[in-house]
Write a protein that binds this ligand. Sequence first.
Ligand code: SF4
Length: 80
Amino acid sequence: MNQLTEIDQIFGIDQKSCIRCASCSSIAPTIFHVGDTTAFILRQPLDAEEVNQCEAALGNCPTNAITVTSKSAIGTVARS
Ligand code: SF4
């Protein structure tokens, strides 16, 4: 089974809450990047290991700025 179809989480950052501590980018450097004014998402996780890294980053964010949403819960899965 294609692992891409199994990933239900969409990670995001509440930029108003981010203090640019760089915890997220050190835990999941392929996903999070700290810019000049805030951290941002480079891309969504592609496999289970990256999902685990994102969840670890979420758990370690000191300001709870990292968000996670379920694709199935909001019905955003679209196929062309
Ligand atoms: S861990 Fe949280 S506060 Fe720190 S840079 Fe990442 S999003 Fe911002």
